[in-house]
Unconditional design. Structure first.
Length: 253
């Protein structure tokens, strides 16, 4: 049986529901908003953005509503001059802040499981990478194929299969969470937060759905209270049936 087989039976609710992404049955849940960036490339919280656009921050706010766009996928007419938060990826600094809290809420932070959506293009490689390097004859170097991010053994390893999503599975200490990603010739190492991760005792579960610009955490009430207070995180308490669908933000409609 898959290590993550316990998750699927605990996913339920209407489209967009918290427990359709994070497993149900936990005492409490938090939503961690992925940071945006301002026009100078500095991190910006959703509260900062709302302050500049005249919108209201609340637990199920939606980014496109905060920036005055009618479409969650096409931000034409956005009132925010910077970049929107990333979908499916919690920024490394915020991820580290979250893990600093999570570590104190499991009996064994050295035994965790990480599920990475298998659809990220960089996982399997393919295609070619063009460079301006010239060979000894003064001609442009031939394009180099982009290698897979993982070894054949890792790619052939265990999978977690959930409704609509399949994931590669890895295990290790909680500290390894920031070591998952791939290397880009131009940008160097590009970390990718796991799309799901949890400790062996299932004390909590973290979910970064690929289409969401926020991360959900399921756990004890004490954990959620600690996350809400943690520096470096913009977090809100949410309920299991709360919706994060694109049309859920009725306050900023």
């Amino acid at each position: 049986m898959s290590t993550g087989a316990w998750i699927a039976p605990r996913l339920h609710g209407e489209f967009g529901a918290v427990t359709l992404t994070a497993p149900g049955g936990y005492d409490a849940y938090a939503r961690v908003c992925h940071p945006a960036t301002d026009e100078e490339g500095a991190p910006a919280s959703w509260a900062e953005v709302a302050g500049r656009t005249g919108r209201t921050v609340h637990a199920v706010m939606q980014w496109h509503r905060l920036v005055g766009s009618a479409d969650s996928l096409n931000l034409t007419g956005s009132l925010w001059p910077g970049m929107p938060p990333e979908r499916g990826r919690l920024a490394p600094s915020a991820l580290q802040s979250l893990c600093d809290v999570l570590a104190g809420h499991t009996v064994d932070e050295c035994h965790c499981f990480f599920a990475l959506w298998e659809g990220w293009g960089w996982i399997h490689g393919g295609g070619v990478r063009f460079t301006l390097v010239r060979d000894g004859a003064g001609l442009p170097s031939p394009p180099a194929p982009i290698p897979p991010a993982f070894s054949p053994e890792e790619l052939a390893g265990p999978r977690l299969r959930l409704p609509g999503r399949d994931y590669l599975m890895f295990s290790g200490p909680l500290s390894a969470v920031v070591q998952i990603g791939h290397t880009d010739d131009a940008l160097g190492f590009e970390p990718q937060s796991p799309n799901l991760f949890w400790p062996a005792d299932h004390a909590w579960c973290v979910a970064s759905e690929i289409d969401f610009d926020s991360t959900l955490v399921a756990g004890t009430d004490g954990l959620i209270r600690a996350i809400l207070k943690a520096p470096g995180l913009e977090a809100w308490r949410v309920e299991p049936d709360d919706s994060l669908a694109h049309d859920a933000d009725m306050i900023n409609a």
